[in-house]
Ligand binder design. Structure first.
Ligand code: ATP
Ligand code: MG
Length: 340
């Protein structure tokens, strides 16, 4: 992986995941892989965003609360090390909620309605005009998360770029109100696979759409997901030339297969004709089974020790409470509210 930033100067990194379901292959290539590398020489915090998860799940809060530890187990199973990365829980950091309130006065409703990711989510969730206020304003809360840790680098999938733009707009407004630089702007760190498609190829893989291969998927689930994968609908006979663009099997082989040269040759064979979808799916299934089996075993072991997972979150939240309170103090100062 190519991290373009200057590693001499450690970046402050903040990323997170909504606690709306177990993590999936999209998370793995979109951000987890980068976090595993970044924790070696940067100050990294990962936020389990339970409050943000509630913005479209308040009618089913268990969906969020029941997934908090699943997400922590996923982190540990892929190699996030709590000795190197601080893992914390958003609802345990009141400074973030306070920052959200202050920033809300700096953003207009029409600006929020223009956010392309939120617009797309409103449509796909069928909210129409019944949009929870918390959902429309979640980009402000995300700005509070990022600035609350004074983060300079945010490893994300490309659906999050509008959130970073919104964050930097708030940063500029805060700095201009203060008359000097209080907050720093953040940069995204995109991976090569910044939007892994779902197995049907129709959408991005997402927890909320039930279209994901989870990191904890069983052998049978992985096998069924690969068998049902979208390929090239015009590749009817084995001898027909096939298309690799938009063919989800090849998108996944590109993302996960360790031997890039072999995949290059496989693609050429498929394009020439003579290579069946059954064969390419078998190659992909083997690759995913090999990759996910050890992750699944570690994940299950961690989930058998819930007290350990709670302890990690509790310690990480304690450290994070201190950091975020310091930023809140500076923002209250700008508004002249540190009276006592
Ligand atoms: P939800 O459906 O609840 O929004 P999600 O699957 O979109 O869940 P998030 O918690 O919203 O996951 O996203 C956490 C991080 O993972 C973000 O940085 C996001 O860009 C990245 N991510 C999520 N899905 C993908 C994907 N399919 N490909 C690449 N990155 C992804
Ligand atoms: Mg999402």
């Amino acid at each position: 992986m190519n991290i373009k930033q200057n590693t001499d100067k450690p970046e402050v990194i903040l990323t997170g995941d909504r606690a709306t379901g177990p993590l999936h292959l999209g998370h793995y290539v979109g951000s987890l892989k980068q976090r595993i590398a970044l924790q070696e020489n940067h100050e990294q915090t990962i936020l389990v965003a339970d409050m943000q998860g509630l913005t479209d799940n308040a009618h089913q809060p268990k969906k969020v609360s029941a997934n908090i530890l699943n997400v922590v187990a996923d982190y540990l199973a892929v190699g996030i090390d709590p000795a190197k990365t601080t893992i914390c829980l958003q609802s345990q950091l009141p400074a973030l909620a306070e920052l959200t309130m202050y920033y809300s006065n700096l953003v207009t409703i029409s600006r929020l309605e223009r956010n392309p990711t939120v617009k797309h989510e409103i449509q796909s969730k069928g909210f129409e005009r019944s949009i929870p206020a918390g959902f429309l304003t979640y980009p402000i809360s995300q700005a509070a998360d990022i600035t609350g840790f004074n983060a300079s680098l945010v490893p994300v999938g490309d659906d999050q770029l509008p959130m970073l733009e919104q964050t930097n707009e708030i940063v500029r407004k805060v700095n201009s109100l203060a008359g000097h630089s209080v907050l720093q702007e953040c940069k995204p760190l995109l991976s090569d696979e910044s939007r892994l498609p779902s197995t049907d190829g129709k959408n991005k893989m997402s927890k909320s759409m039930g279209n994901a291969i989870n990191l904890g998927s069983t052998e049978k689930e992985i096998s069924a997901a690969v068998k049902s994968m979208y390929t090239d609908p015009n590749h009817l006979k084995v001898d027909d030339p096939g298309k690799v663009e938009g063919n989800v099997v090849f998108t996944y082989l590109d993302a996960f297969h360790p031997d890039k040269n072999y995949i290059h040759q496989l693609k050429a064979h498929y394009q020439r004709g003579g290579l069946g979808d059954g064969t390419t799916k078998k190659i992909l299934e083997e690759c995913l089974q090999d990759m996910l089996q050890p992750i699944r075993l570690r994940r299950n072991a961690f989930l058998n020790d819930k007290a350990y997972l709670v302890d990690i979150l509790c310690k990480g939240s304690q450290i994070s409470r201190e950091k975020t309170s310091q930023v809140l103090f500076k923002i209250k100062d700008i508004f002249g509210l540190n009276i006592f």
